[in-house]
Write a protein that binds this ligand. Sequence first.
Ligand SMILES: Cc1cc2nc3c(=O)[nH]c(=O)nc-3n(C[C@H](O)[C@H](O)[C@H](O)COP(=O)(O)O)c2cc1C
Length: 178
Amino acid sequence: MQIPPALNLLAISGSLRANSTNTALLGAAALLAPEGVAITVFEGLGALPHFNPDHADTPSPEVAAFVRAAVDADGLVIACPEYARGIPGTFKNALDWLVGSTQFPDKPVMLFNASPRANDAQAALRLVLSTMSARIVDDACITLDLLGRPWNAAAIVAESRLAEPVRKALATFCNAIQ
Ligand SMILES: Cc1cc2nc3c(=O)[nH]c(=O)nc-3n(C[C@H](O)[C@H](O)[C@H](O)COP(=O)(O)O)c2cc1C
């Protein structure tokens, strides 16, 4: 008999780039998840329609699936790049679809930052997420330097200076949730 995971986390990358460092970081997180913790990397960000409050109560199947996945998750793992010193529009669009959910407030969130110079986007993310009443677990938020070369999940896992902080942050996050 298969034992269900103790925690289900949803990982959301703010980048649509095929070789995204943020998406690679989340892929590594899925591989490094503590025992009993399942991390699913959301793959539908680019398919979400533009947010329109008129459609908030009658969402498209893509939006409904996204909101359901976020609401059902025990916590969100977010890795988002900085564009023009802010949150990429695609990712802010996804967050806007979650704003009206009555089940989102108090959702535990951890932030991975794949770029040490992306301070403005991180600050903006914190402002938006706290406005949405998410519970940002500060001790689980980390910055790693993945700038300047392509990465994939396996390469991150293989490099202990990157893998260890990810492992530790995930353990801290899961402890905070439980
Ligand atoms: C349109 C655009 C705007 C960017 N603006 C900034 C910026 O304001 N500050 C910054 O530190 N990096 C900026 N960058 C660099 C990205 O944040 C960086 O390349 C990041 O690694 C991309 O994440 P990804 O690898 O997950 O796609 C920008 C990149 C793009 C494509």
